[in-house]
Design a protein. Structure first.
Length: 356
């Protein structure tokens, strides 16, 4: 089979490799589409320690081709999306339901061979059935929606809660939509990019703010009668986390969703005490989060079609990864594998986004 093989930082090539065989409890999936996410770009650039050679890719959809002995819940021919998170099911955290915290876990395409390939082997538990109305390319967006679903479940987003979403990239726009769908009000989107703010408005933000500096805090406080109940930071730099801490209202929650190594300089116990702040982290997605994401899309409460702004074939991945590293732009880049390109519905939406 053809696969994109990473031999070292920045050294990626399309090669012919043996097709893997599913072991007990596993499924062989014929990959149809895989999105490039920030983690892939970081691994490609050598920012995570991994073993080479490595087949990357983890936000994927495909067709079950074969199942191993004892595999349950899937049969050949099933359309699935793959939960990228590997978990053991037996450790203390898995047993209490927190499979995202599994100490024996990992990520497809980082700790195990991934899905930038014609076929990949995953556990049966990692396969979720894909509704007929979601095409292969859009299906890869369910992967990121599931992480957003988890985060908002942790923050208990609900009717009447005032919510600010810092950053209106892929996850920010999904947070905006999901908060709106949960009845949060007002939902305020912040981004320095005007076209993203226009999209946020279209997707349900009550108000958008085009700046991200000290003045933003005052604007947000004025719009939310003293500070929002929930601030979701989808950027995660020291700068945005600091702004998020400053703007969160009394008794409010800060959801640190974006991930970045830069630290926050001025967090003090007094800040936490004075406003009785809650700070939450959220990591990846559990099987339940994936199921809830699928249900949300099926019910029409979240639109994931608009996310895909760029599509390429597997053969183009080496040059596309290089460009992503140097110059990220647009929203999601999806790699089509197999016949995923045929008759997909998001082509029109894609053009609409690119015109902005
Ligand atoms: Zn990812
Ligand atoms: Zn575990």
């Amino acid at each position: 089979m053809r696969a994109a093989v990473l031999h070292g930082p920045g050294t990626l090539a399309i090669e012919e490799v043996p097709r893997p065989r599913p072991g007990p409890g596993e499924a062989l999936v014929k990959m149809m589409a895989t999105a490039i996410c920030g983690t892939d770009v970081a691994v490609y650039a050598g920012k995570y320690p991994v073993s080479y050679p490595l087949i990357q890719g983890h936000e994927s959809s495909g067709l079950v081709a074969e199942v191993g002995d004892g595999a349950a819940g899937v049969i050949p021919g099933d359309r699935v999306i793959v939960n990228s998170l590997i978990f053991c099911g037996h450790c203390r955290w898995c047993r209490r339901g927190d499979t995202t915290l599994c100490v024996n876990g990992g990520l497809l395409g980082r700790e195990r061979p991934g899905t930038f390939a014609e076929f990949a082997v995953v556990r049966d538990l990692q396969c979720h059935h894909l509704p007929a109305e979601v095409n292969w390319v859009d299906a890869t967006n369910l992967a990121v929606l599931a992480t957003v679903v988890r985060a908002q479940r942790r923050a208990q987003v609900r009717q009447g809660m005032s919510v600010v979403v810092i950053g209106q990239g892929v996850s920010g726009l999904l947070h905006t939509q999901l908060a709106r769908a949960a009845g949060a009000s007002p939902v305020i989107g912040i981004s320095r990019s005007q076209w993203k703010l226009d999209l946020a408005r279209k997707l349900g933000a009550d108000r958008v703010i085009p700046t991200l500096d000290g003045g933003t805090v005052a604007t947000v406080r004025a719009e939310t009668s003293g500070g929002p109940d929930l601030v979701i930071d989808t950027v995660g730099t020291g700068e945005t986390l600091q702004l998020a801490l400053d703007m969160t209202g009394r008794g409010g929650t800060l959801l640190a969703f974006g991930v970045d190594p830069s630290p926050v300089r001025s967090l003090s116990s007094y800040n936490l005490y004075d406003k009785e702040l809650t700070i939450l982290g959220s990591r990846a997605q559990s099987p339940l989060d994936v199921e809830l994401a699928i249900r949300g899309v099926k019910a029409g409460s979240v639109d994931i079609k608009f996310l895909t702004t760029h599509r390429y074939d597997l053969a183009e991945l080496p040059s596309v990864m290089h460009q992503q590293k140097v110059k990220p732009e647009g929203l999601r880049t999806v790699i089509q594998i197999g016949e995923a390109g045929a008759g997909t519905a998001s082509g029109e939406c894609e053009k609409e986004v690119e015109r902005r």
